[in-house]
Design a protein around this ligand. Structure first.
Ligand SMILES: Cc1cc2nc3c(=O)[nH]c(=O)nc-3n(C[C@H](O)[C@H](O)[C@H](O)COP(=O)(O)OP(=O)(O)OC[C@H]3O[C@@H](n4cnc5c(N)ncnc54)[C@H](O)[C@@H]3O)c2cc1C
Length: 468
C-alpha cells in the first residue's frame, strides 16, 4: 500500500516488517494520552500480551475501566514482526520445567499450551479477525545424524511425560519429505499444535476487538516510569490500582528493569510469491510451519500469498541491552538466512528472490522461564520472557493475568509459570559476553555438526551453563 494513502505519511509503521507493510488499513496512531487520567487497570504495551490481558479483563468484567498505553502503535513490537507460529512451544523444556516445578506441573503447563492454540483459533473466528489462520501444525526436519538424534530425543521426552504420537510424531525420511521436501531430509517430527498466522493482522485485529469491548488504547504514548498505582508519561499519569507491564523485549528501557530480560534480536526475510510449480516441489501444502533440529533456531511459514517467510536468531546482542531500529537489520544474518533457504530448497535457485528483510527484539529471562505474575500488595503485574514462543503463550498469559487481577483461583493461576521469579541477568559487560558467547558457541556447533556429522558437545555444555 502507498504509505501516503495509509495515514502513515513517513511509512514509519510499515517499515518494521513485511507483515506491517502488507496491512490493508491505515496505520495512523490512535490519539495519545491527553493528560492525567484514572482507570481500574492500566496496561503498558500494546502487543499481544497487553491486548490479550485487556481482552480477557473486559470480557470477564465489562464494568472495568481498562486503558492500554503504547509507545508507538499496537503491533509495533515483536507482535507485528514475528514468524507467525501460533504454537504450544515454551522456552523451557518439559524436563527443565519438571526439574524446577515438578512433573505434574510440567504436564499441566504443556496441556494448557496445547489448549491455547485452539483458544486463539476460537477467538479469531468469534471476533472476525482475518489473520490468514491455517491449522497446519509444525514439521521439524532432521537433516544430519545429530539432528536425527535430537528428533528422537524430543519424541522420547514427550512420551516420558505421557504425550503420544497425536501430540508429537516421529517421521521417517519419506513421511517428512511429503510434508516438506527440503534437501537431504532424513526424518523429523510433526506436531498438530501450531497454526500459521499473519502476525500483524492478528495483533491489529485484536486491538480493534478490545476497543469494541470498551477498552481505551492510547498510542504514541511512551511510559517513562511504572510504579505502584501509576503509569507515568510526559503528557500525564494514569492512576490505577493495577498496573500491568507488557513490554517484553523493551522492558530494559524502563527504570529499574535493565536486567529483567535480555533483548535478543530475531531476524526474518520473505521471498517474492513463489510459482505453483515451485510449491509443488517444496510442499507445505497445509501451510505447516517448519524448522529443523539445528541449535540456532530457524523458523518458516508459507504465507497466504504464497511466499516463504523465514527467520532465525544469530544477530548480536547489544551492550547495555540497547534497542535501536538499526539493529533490526543485520546484513550478515540476512545473507545467512538466504543461504540457508537455498540449501533447504535448491529449487529456489542460487539467488533466492527476497523482497523483504526485517527483525526485532524478543525477551529472554535469565533462566529461560517465561512468567506471568501479579503482586496484590503493590498492584503490579507482568508477563513475558517468552523468547521466540510468545504468539500462543501471550494469550495464556492474558487469560491468566485476568484471573489473577480479578482474584480468581483457577486452573490457570496454579500453572508453574505463575509468579515465577527469574533471576536478573548479570551486570554488563558480563551479560554482553555471556549472550554473545552463547550465540557463537551454538553457531559454531551447527557448522561443526554439518561438517562432521557428529554431535557437538560444546552446545550441550553451554545450554547447561545457561540453565536452559
Ligand atoms: C522476528 C521475530 C520472530 C518471532 N517469531 C515468533 C513465532 O513465530 N512464534 C512465536 O510464538 N513467537 C515469535 N516471536 C516472539 C513473539 O513475537 C513475542 O514473544 C510476542 O510478540 C511478545 O508479545 P508482547 O506483547 O509481550 O511484546 P511486544 O509485541 O514486543 O509488545 C511490546 C509493546 O510495548 C511497547 N512499549 C515498549 N516500551 C514502552 C513504553 N515505555 N511505554 C509504552 N509502550 C511501550 C512496544 O512499542 C511494543 O508495542 C518472534 C519475535 C521476533 C522479534
Amino acid at each position: 500500500m502507498d504509505a501516503t494513502l495509509s495515514g502513515d505519511p513517513a511509512g514509519r509503521y510499515r517499515g518494521p516488517s513485511y507483515w506491517l507493510s502488507t496491512l490493508d488499513e491505515p496505520l495512523t496512531p490512535r490519539p495519545a494520552l491527553p493528560g492525567d487520567a484514572d482507570a481500574d487497570v492500566v496496561i503498558v504495551g500494546g502487543g499481544y500480551t497487553g491486548l490479550w490481558t485487556a481482552y480477557h479483563l473486559a470480557r470477564a468484567d465489562p464494568a472495568l475501566r481498562v486503558t492500554v498505553l503504547e509507545k508507538e502503535i499496537a503491533g509495533y513490537g515483536a507482535s507485528g514482526r514475528n514468524g507467525g507460529w501460533c504454537s504450544a512451544l515454551f522456552p523451557t523444556s518439559l524436563t527443565g520445567l519438571a526439574r524446577r516445578h515438578g512433573r505434574d506441573a510440567a504436564v499441566a503447563m504443556q496441556r494448557a499450551l496445547h489448549e491455547t492454540v485452539r483458544e486463539v483459533g476460537r477467538v479469531v473466528v468469534a471476533e472476525g479477525i482475518d489473520c490468514d489462520w491455517a491449522d497446519g501444525g509444525t514439521i521439524t526436519l532432521a537433516r544430519t545424524g545429530p539432528q536425527l538424534a535430537r528428533a528422537r530425543a524430543a519424541v522420547d521426552e514427550a512420551r516420558t511425560f505421557g504425550f503420544g504420537p497425536e501430540h508429537l510424531a516421529l517421521l521417517g525420511a519419506d513421511e517428512a519429505a511429503v510434508r516438506c521436501a527440503a534437501e537431504g531430509v532424513r526424518g523429523g517430527t510433526y506436531t498438530p499444535h501450531c497454526a500459521a498466522v499473519h502476525p500483524a493482522k492478528l495483533v491489529r485485529g485484536l486491538a480493534r476487538a478490545v476497543e469494541r469491548l470498551g477498552v481505551t488504547i492510547h498510542e504514541g504514548t511512551p511510559v517513562v516510569a511504572i510504579r505502584a498505582g501509576a503509569a507515568v508519561t510526559a503528557a500525564g499519569t494514569v492512576r490505577a490500582p493495577v498496573v500491568v507491564r507488557a513490554t517484553e523485549g523493551y522492558t530494559p528501557t524502563l527504570p529499574g528493569q535493565r536486567r529483567a530480560v535480555a533483548p535478543v534480536y530475531s531476524l526474518m526475510v520473505a521471498t517474492e510469491p513463489l510459482a505453483d510449480e515451485t510449491w509443488a516441489q517444496i510442499g507445505l501444502a497445509r501451510r505447516e510451519t517448519f524448522s529443523d533440529y539445528r541449535h540456532v533456531i530457524i523458523y518458516g511459514q508459507r504465507t497466504a500469498d504464497g511466499r516463504l517467510a523465514f527467520g532465525g536468531r544469530g544477530a548480536p546482542y547489544h551492550l547495555g541491552s540497547r534497542i535501536l531500529p538499526g539493529y533490526d537489520r543485520e546484513p550478515r544474518v540476512f545473507a545467512a538466512l538466504r543461504r540457508t533457504l537455498g540449501e533447504l530448497f535448491p529449487v529456489l535457485g542460487p539467488d533466492v528472490p527476497l523482497t523483504h528483510t526485517w527483525g526485532g527484539p524478543l525477551g529472554v529471562a535469565r533462566d529461560w522461564n517465561a512468567s506471568v505474575g501479579f503482586d496484590r500488595a503493590s498492584g503490579l503485574a507482568w508477563a513475558g520472557g517468552y523468547v521466540g514462543d510468545g504468539v500462543g503463550s501471550s494469550n495464556l498469559a492474558g487469560r491468566t493475568l485476568a484471573d489473577l487481577i480479578r482474584g480468581q483461583r483457577t486452573e490457570l493461576t496454579t500453572l508453574p509459570w505463575v509468579n515465577h521469579r527469574s533471576p536478573r541477568w548479570e551486570p554488563e559487560p558480563l551479560r554482553w559476553l555471556a549472550v554473545n558467547a552463547g550465540l557463537r558457541v551454538m553457531t559454531g556447533a551447527d557448522a561443526a555438526e554439518s561438517r562432521t556429522g557428529r554431535p557437538a558437545r560444546r552446545a550441550a555444555v553451554f545450554s547447561r551453563l545457561l540453565g536452559h
